[in-house]
Each structure stands twice: as structure tokens, then as C-alpha cells.
Ligand binder design. Structure first.
Ligand SMILES: Cc1cc2nc3c(=O)[nH]c(=O)nc-3n(C[C@H](O)[C@H](O)[C@H](O)COP(=O)(O)O)c2cc1C
Length: 236
């Protein structure tokens, strides 16, 4: 099969929001390209989530989700924030301007916002498909939507750059916090490595365990399981 043919299918890009199922009063969120309206009467759409997405777990738990439609001039960090890390480990919404409407957050900069209620769920090996009723569509704004094609042609690099800046800043903050802590805390004697982190594919869950350090792999290296690039991996 020629995978490139499938990349010619280009949808928009969206940020999905859902209530966090483990931390009350916070929210999960994920970047997706698999939202598609499938019926007008009744108003229905589909969303496909990878099975290791935490947002997917939250949608299954509460049976509802919000959609923010991304404009083409969105800050690339928004794409990185919602697409390159998991809500399991971080509150992504605290990094991004948003508004909360009826207990779901939406991006302030969205071209439109949609609230949905899940009416049917289908489970597949790698993905879960939600068929959802459109409960409300609001805050229409003029502008060009960002597409998956834009992402693949040049937006991906900008998002990756924004994400490394963010990681470097977080790293230097953590380092200075650790240094401050070390000044007051005696050094631990135990060097247990059982909680060592691994690079994990956020699309299929493959755990990289090769001899070459993940960072040193060539930029065009692909996940051997599902074929996505390095930018879909995160340290867990
Ligand atoms: C361009 C792009 C498109 C993506 N499309 C989807 C998608 O359609 N469905 C999905 O579940 N994940 C998709 N992802 C991956 C998720 O955004 C990513 O796994 C995220 O870390 C999940 O976060 P969560 O664990 O908080 O749900 C996409 C990522 C990128 C960069």
C-alpha cells in the first residue's frame, strides 16, 4: 500500500476538549485532524482518537467533547502543546489562552467552537471512533482554517521549534528548582532506575528501546509500528 496516497486526504486541524476524569475542575485536550461532519439532519460528526490518547479516555467517561477549529495563523505552540504531549502528565490548557463555556474549554483564537454529545462509540485495534450529535456551534470567526496539508508542508517544523523552546525553558526551570532544592535537601542515597523514562509513540504506543539514543536518530526516522515521524514520540 502507498501510504503517501493516504496523506492526500486532508482535513482541518482541531483541538478537542474534555473534562479530566481523574482531576476534578481540570480538562484534557488533544490535537486531531479526524473530525468530519457526516450528517445535517440530524447534525452529526465523527471523531477518531488513538487508543492511548488520554482525551479519548475522558470522552468515553463523560460522553461529551468540545471542538475548537484552528485558524491558519494560529501560534505553532498551540499545535505542539496539544499534539506533542499527553494530558495524563500535564494541564495543557494552562499554557494557552482559552475560555470556558458550560464546563468545557475552547481556544480563544478558534474560528468556531462546537459542543457535542457522543451517541455511538466504535472500538478498533488502534483507534476509537465517536459518532457525536452537534449540541451547539458558536463564535463563528472569519479566517482560513489550518489544514493537515499545511501541517505536513511547513507548519510541522514551526511546531517542533516551538516545542523544543518550551521544553528547554521547562528544563531550565526544573534545573533551577532542583538546584534550589539541593541546597536545602540532603542528596538521596538510593539510585533506583526502575522509573526510567522511555520515548513512546503517541499514535500507537510503541516504546523505543534501541541502542542509539532516541535524540540521535535521523530526523526522517519513522515509528516501526505505525509509521509516524519522531515528533509523535514523547518521553514518559
Ligand atoms: C498533526 C497531528 C494530527 C493528529 N491527529 C490525531 C487524531 O486525529 N486523533 C488522535 O487521537 N490523535 C491525533 N494526534 C495525536 C495526538 O494529538 C497526541 O497523541 C496527543 O499527545 C494526545 O494527547 P492526550 O493524551 O492528552 O489525549 C495528532 C497529532 C498531530 C501532531
Amino acid at each position: 500500500m502507498q501510504e503517501d496516497v493516504l496523506f492526500q486526504i486532508s482535513n482541518g486541524l482541531f483541538v478537542i476538549s474534555a473534562t479530566h476524569k481523574d482531576k476534578p475542575d481540570t480538562y484534557a485536550g488533544s490535537l486531531v485532524d479526524t473530525v468530519c461532519q457526516i450528517s445535517i439532519n440530524p447534525h452529526l460528526l465523527i471523531l477518531s482518537c488513538t487508543n492511548n490518547s488520554y482525551t479519548k479516555e475522558c470522552i468515553e467517561h463523560f460522553g461529551e467533547f468540545g471542538i475548537s477549529i484552528l485558524p491558519r495563523n494560529i501560534n505553532p505552540f498551540v499545535v505542539a502543546n496539544f499534539g506533542f504531549q499527553s494530558s495524563r502528565n500535564i494541564n495543557k490548557w494552562q499554557n494557552i489562552p482559552h475560555i470556558q463555556i458550560n464546563n468545557l474549554p475552547y481556544l480563544t483564537e478558534a474560528l468556531g467552537k462546537i459542543r457535542t454529545k457522543v451517541i455511538e462509540t466504535r472500538h478498533y485495534n488502534c483507534n476509537t471512533l465517536f459518532i457525536a450529535e452537534i449540541v451547539d456551534a458558536f463564535d463563528y470567526a472569519q479566517g482560513e482554517p489550518l489544514t493537515y496539508r499545511d501541517y505536513r508542508s511547513d507548519f510541522k517544523n514551526k511546531a517542533q521549534e516551538a516545542f523544543s523552546d518550551y521544553q528547554n525553558n521547562s528544563l531550565s526551570e526544573t534545573t533551577s528548582n532542583n538546584l534550589a532544592q539541593q541546597a536545602t535537601t540532603p542528596a538521596p542515597q538510593n539510585t533506583d532506575t526502575s522509573d526510567k523514562k522511555h520515548w513512546v509513540c503517541t499514535v500507537c504506543g510503541y516504546v523505543y528501546d534501541g541502542e542509539i539514543p532516541f535524540e540521535a536518530l535521523p530526523e526522517d526516522w519513522l515509528c516501526p509500528l505505525c509509521g509516524v515521524g519522531k515528533e509523535f514520540f514523547e518521553l514518559r
